[in-house]
Design a protein around this ligand. Structure first.
Ligand SMILES: C[S@@+](CC[C@H](N)C(=O)[O-])C[C@H]1O[C@@H](n2cnc3c(N)ncnc32)[C@H](O)[C@@H]1O
Length: 224
């Protein structure tokens, strides 16, 4: 299945090598640097997992968690499942091929969501919609583990980021049909939706960020 005519299948096999060529281990550092903060989670939603490297670490970092792993690419999901094949943790993971823009989520069910280099596939309006729908499926105080590209505020780092992002969007548009051409302000959107940053790490001069947000959801008090 292709989602919205986006298809990451052709890249699944090469994704890791391409990433290492471009950024060395820094995307992995961003994905993994705050994973241990999810150690006590029991229900985790992973969106756009890709080839399963983060998932494999996540099931170790959160040994009691059941994980719902959603991705639009059959080839990416197959690689993620193969990576877990021999592990007992495999039984705690469910894989689902779906378009995030059409997927449904049960209310107040997850205590963490993980999006690594995923929200950058969408426009700002789409990210707002995703964040709103996913937020409604989180329990009070749930965490959002986020890793993505960022554009530093000024100087050479900003220019370098713009060149990299222009090249990456051109490449992914060509190889996957991705229509998005500019980085959405995902962190701003998360903050506006009530998520508070608890920890953040930067790599490559601020081009790559890993960040942990917590949902500041006040319990709903119903007037009688
Ligand atoms: C850039 S890759 C990131 C993969 C991985 N999370 C990482 O850290 O590198 C984007 C992933 O999101 C998936 N994806 C893109 N658009 C999607 C959509 N609309 N619904 C579900 N998955 C989607 C792709 O199949 C791909 O696996």
């Amino acid at each position: 299945m292709n989602v919205r005519s986006v298809n990451f299948d052709p890249l699944a096999r090469w994704y890791r090598a391409l990433e290492f060529l471009a950024f060395g281990r820094d995307l992995e550092r961003a994905r993994f640097c705050l994973l241990d903060r999810l150690a006590d989670c029991e229900e985790i939603l992973v969106l756009g997992e890709g080839d399963g490297r983060c998932l494999a670490r996540l099931v170790q970092a959160a040994p009691r968690a059941r994980v719902r792993c959603l991705d639009g690419s059959a080839a990416m999901l197959a690689r993620a499942a193969a990576r877990l094949a021999e592990q007992p943790a495999r039984s705690r993971v469910s894989f689902e091929q779906a378009d995030i823009l059409a997927a449904t989520f049960p209310a107040a069910s997850y205590d963490a969501v993980v999006t690594c280099f995923f929200l950058d596939c969408f426009t700002a309006a789409e990210v707002e919609g995703i964040v709103a729908r996913v937020a409604a499926s989180l329990r009070p105080g749930a965490r959002w583990l986020f890793a993505d590209f960022a554009i530093p505020p000024r100087g050479f780092a900003r220019m370098r980021a713009q060149i990299w992002l222009g090249s990456l969007y051109a490449f992914f548009g060509w190889r996957t049909g991705l229509a998005t051409r500019r980085l959405p302000p995902s962190e701003t959107i998360l903050r506006a939706a009530g998520f508070v940053s608890e920890a953040a790490r930067e790599f490559q001069g601020g081009l790559i960020r890993g960040e942990l947000f917590r949902h500041r959801l006040a319990p709903v008090v119903t007037a009688t």
